[in-house]
Design a protein around this ligand. Structure first.
Ligand code: M6R
Length: 606
């Protein structure tokens, strides 16, 4: 999704900060880029283009010193990626950059056209810029013009604004799209997320909906509904090293290698005497005991993590769980009430559909719990309770370590709820917790050490245009994640199927040489999976089996055996193997692993 950066300071290094910030925002996914800056003579100029930050760098060479500027990476929604549609947009009086979607832009555009305004781009942002120009021209002052403008905007926005006649101030405003103000020394910053600022500061304020900030080199003032408000200063735990590649070829590979440590970091503060303990998170345990149904709502990989959570809560805590895609949940009038707990899982904590689902669940009276990686994100702030995952910054668009920590944390929570509901005793809970906290990270490490074996197999997949993942039970849920990972970064068409469902249609697609990745880690289902493997083999498929029980299977062409770990947690090392398969297949095909086409890291619009 789009990214925003802004700098105002006493040193004339705005251009450096903007370019570095824009590079740090590249991971969010984008197609165009631009900056608006004041020069030493306080003249405001704009440079923007379709393409990458490197292209912008060429165009701004020799721009000279600057004390203030705003920058943007655009992920096209209204109008194709082009120089003209890139941000900033504005007029001789002002320039703005915008994340989000202005839903009433068409009627505002009509109104402004009637007032004599003309438009050069296809964007909704230009409409917001011209509306601001209109209020500015009515000579109401900068702040009042911003207030009047945002009152007219429907939809979502994070805005950074500079006025040509004030080279020392950036205005920022937000509604339903994240925006933070970074706190520096003799300088302040604006960014759509903290990772863009880690090279300068870790301290920041998160703007809330309706906030307007007035940011200068030596002061930050934040207003809401015209009244000055205080926002709590936050400090990112991550440093800039955590957001760098650290010697790996890609962020994705680095992040996969971080999984064992990330799991331990996430679980450690919640384990006492080898039993789950969420007291530091202030979870309402009486409420957890009382709930009658659980809904896990999320998007993409986070939703797949929810499927593993479903398995754990149903099997061990005896709680009925529905896992729902947030974009469906929010429009399907879900049946939920005050006896339900709705868990929203999100790495970024800013996914628009997940946030809307959270708000809907609250409206319906359910208790809500966010499982979120980014501290101070909107979902974390708005949920009744929050459990942070401590994965550290996830930069690659393909989510990897976030999945591992989400599934681990959901499992730990399921153990706790099982205990609370007396479904398991302390002895079993201790064993389970030990397996999760000690054995699973070790099993993942061992698979990471076998990366070259996985890479060799991935070489075969790289030549295919279609690939199928099959599994049963938890292995089906894992197949969904394996398939998503592969397709999003290698562009190979892939589908995940519950193995027993194949013969109800999909098996007609199996032909000579079609690769099938079969997952089999549940002993109660080994026999069934062996039959499914035979079914696809007899139709020509080339089967790669990932299992914890190699000797139980006779028919696969290739086998990746998972080292001994309790079968209920085998999904963790298997997930790592699936991520590595996707990674190596993608690199073999020469794809842009960390920034796959058309995708954004954080999907902050519908
Ligand atoms: O930030 P979130 O966890 O809410 O993001 C949800 C999905 O957009 C995300 O998991 C997406 O599916 C990833 N690209 C998958 O790798």
């Amino acid at each position: 999704m789009c990214g925003i950066i802004g700098y105002v300071g006493k040193e004339a290094n705005a251009l450096d900060v903007l370019l570095k910030g824009l590079s740090s925002l590249e991971y969010r996914g984008y197609d165009s880029v631009g900056v608006a800056m004041f020069d030493r003579m306080h003249r405001l100029s704009t440079v923007k283009c379709a393409g990458r930050v490197a292209e912008l760098e060429k165009r701004v060479q020799g721009s000279g010193d600057s004390y203030c500027g705003i920058g943007h990476t655009r992920w096209a929604t209204h109008g194709a990626p082009s120089d003209i549609n890139s941000h900033p947009h504005g007029s001789a009086n002002l320039q703005i950059v915008h994340n989000g979607i202005i839903e009433n832009y068409a009627c505002l555009k009509k109104e402004l056209t009637e007032l004599g305004y003309t438009f050069v781009s296809d964007t909704d942002t230009e409409v917001a810029a011209k509306l601001l120009d209109y209020y500015y021209m009515k000579r109401r002052g900068h702040f009042d013009a911003v207030c009047e403008t945002i009152e007219r905007l429907e939809g979502s926005y994070a805005l950074a604004i500079v006025f040509a006649d004030d080279s020392g101030t950036i205005y920022a405003a937000r509604k339903d799209s994240p925006l933070i103000i970074g706190i520096g020394e003799d300088a302040n910053y604006i960014a759509s997320d903290i990772t863009a600022l880690l090279f300068k500061t870790r301290d920041y304020y998160s703007l809330e909906d309706g906030d307007i900030a007035c940011v200068k080199a030596d002061c930050i003032s934040i207003y809401n509904k015209g009244i000055e408000v205080k926002r709590e200063k936050q400090t990112a735990k991550w440093d800039h090293v955590a957001a760098e590649k650290g010697g790996y070829d890609h962020f994705m590979l680095k992040e996969i290698h971080e999984e064992p440590e990330a799991i331990i970091r996430t679980l450690r503060p919640r384990i006492k005497d080898m039993l789950p303990d969420f007291s530091a998170d202030k979870l309402d345990e009486d409420a957890l005991k009382r709930i009658s149904r659980l809904h896990i709502v999320a998007c993409g990989t986070a939703m797949h993590a929810g499927l593993i959570g479903k398995f754990m809560f149903e099997k061990y805590a005896g709680l009925p769980v529905s896992v729902e895609i947030a974009s469906e949940f929010r429009y399907n009038d879900p049946i939920i009430d005050e006896n339900d707990l709705v868990i929203i899982v999100s790495q970024s904590g800013e996914t628009a559909d997940s946030l809307a689902a959270l708000r809907l669940a609250k409206e319906k009276g359910a208790s809500t719990l966010g499982i979120v990686n980014v501290i101070g994100s909107t979902i974390a702030n708005e949920a009744h309770s929050v459990l942070y995952t401590y994965a550290g910054p996830e930069i690659a668009v393909a989510s990897t370590k976030a999945y591992s920590v989400q599934t681990s944390l959901l499992t730990l929570l399921a153990i706790r709820v099982s205990l609370l509901r007396s479904r398991i005793d302390e002895k079993e809970a201790r064993e389970f917790t030990h397996e999760l906290y000690v054995d699973a990270p070790r099993a993942i490490k061992e698979m990471l050490e076998r990366a070259s074996e996985i890479k060799a197999l991935a070489g075969n997949f790289a030549k295919s245009e279609d690939l199928f993942f099959i599994g049963r039970g938890k292995d089906y849920y894992l197949s969904c994640e394996g398939s998503l990972k592969l397709k999003e970064i290698s562009y190979i068409h892939s589908e995940a199927y519950a193995a027993g469902e194949l013969k109800h249609g999909t098996i007609s697609l199996i032909d000579d040489g079609v690769p099938v990745i079969a997952l089999a880690t549940e002993s109660r289902l080994y026999g069934k999976m062996e039959s499914n493997i035979r079914e696809v083999k007899s139709r020509g498929a080339e089967v790669t089996l990932i299992t914890n029980a190699e000797s139980e299977f006779k028919s696969a062409d290739h086998v990746i055996d998972i080292l001994p770990i309790s079968e209920r947690l085998a999904f963790l090392p298997v997930a790592t193997v699936l991520q590595l398969i996707a990674y190596f297949t993608s690199t073999e095909r020469g794809c842009d692993v960390d920034k796959p086409r058309n995708l954004a890291k954080s999907v902050t619009v519908e």
